[in-house]
Design a protein around this ligand. Structure first.
Ligand code: CUA
Length: 319
């Protein structure tokens, strides 16, 4: 995918790049005229022996031109931008669905709308971290907020850019014209992990979207059984989610391995096998004692034993 002004993939990016190229084109023409006239005058009227500069007082025609033309340009840019801004800021008409987006240090969390296809058996709604899946050709409204500091949501080829502000909800909309994967990035410096605060938008053909949602809800349902809710909550609220990804939840860490199907793996980090309650408990308590140098810290004494047990119970459901 090319840079967005050359390769817009949705109505927002198209709209913005249209204005971008007009402004850029006019700026280049103005630059050429100004630098051209400057160079021409510099050479033509340079100081030469025996020549005395002619004394003049103003040049009405010229002054009129360089006042009226820029004024007209600025007015047309304003009108053009105003028109586009109305289109860009219209977050409410023809919206197919509304997704809640939360920025936090340092990941994005998405909550899908309260619609049947996103409903889990326990009555909650599908959530995801870092990756947002949308249907092609539909207007999706985003309601952004932040858990801690100001973040900014931007997926260039789809367009639009909006701050996620703590204690406040901002809105924007996105739409992809073609199926594909669109990459974005937090655009407001928000601390150490700012560069890792990536956004992936996957646009599915409309006919395939329901099938995607079905699989996603199944993954999420496995991760959210009521018996293991305490463990899941502890995992998502605690340090675990900062390093590990579990699909169907807001855990989207990239430092450690993905744990979506940890219970079906042959071993834990290649050193403890099989994946069972006993080994997982030992691992979470003191991973470095089994694998020196691992980035996984020791949680013995950091988290209460009961909480580690609950987390392990939950991990064992992730088949
Ligand atoms: Cu979040 Cu930068």
């Amino acid at each position: 995918m090319g840079p967005w002004p050359l390769d817009p993939r949705g109505p927002l990016a198209e709209s913005i790049s249209f204005v971008y190229w007009i402004l850029f084109g006019c700026a280049v023409v103005v630059l050429a005229i100004v630098v051209g006239a400057l160079t021409y005058s510099g050479i033509k009227f340079r100081d030469r022996p025996g020549r005395v500069a002619q004394q003049i007082h103003g040049q009405n025609q010229l002054e009129l031109i360089w006042t009226v033309v820029p004024t007209l340009m600025v007015i047309s840019f304003t009108v053009l931008s105003w028109d586009r801004l109305n289109f860009i800021n219209d977050v409410n008409s023809n919206v197919a669905m509304t997704v809640k987006v939360e920025g936090r240090q340092w990941a994005w969390g998405f909550t899908y709308p309260d619609q049947t296809i996103f409903k889990l058996p326990d009555g909650t709604v599908l959530q995801a971290g870092e990756q947002l899946d949308i249907p092609v050709g539909q207007k999706i409204k985003l309601e952004l907020t932040s858990k801690d500091v100001i973040h900014s949501f931007w997926v260039p080829n789809i367009g639009g850019k909006k701050d996620a502000v703590p204690g406040h909800t901002t809105t924007m909309w996105i739409q992809a014209d073609q199926p594909g994967t669109y990459k974005g990035q937090c655009f407001e410096f928000c601390g150490d992990g700012h560069a890792d605060m990536l956004i992936t938008i996957v646009a599915h053909p409309q006919a395939e979207y329901a099938a995607w949602a079905k699989t996603a809800v199944e993954d999420a349902a496995r991760a959210s059984s009521p018996e293991t809710k305490a463990g899941r909550d502890a995992f998502l609220a605690g340090p675990c989610a900062g390093c590990h990804t579990v699909k169907g939840t807001t855990a989207a860490g990239k430092v450690g391995p993905e744990l979506t199907h940890i219970a079906s793996k042959p071993n834990i980090a290649g050193v403890l096998s099989p994946v069972n309650q006993d080994n997982l408990t030992k691992w979470v308590h003191n991973a470095p004692s089994f694998k020196p140098g691992t980035l996984m810290p020791k949680f013995d004494g950091v988290l209460p034993d009961q909480q580690i047990d609950q987390i392990v119970q939950w991990l064992l459901t992730l088949k």
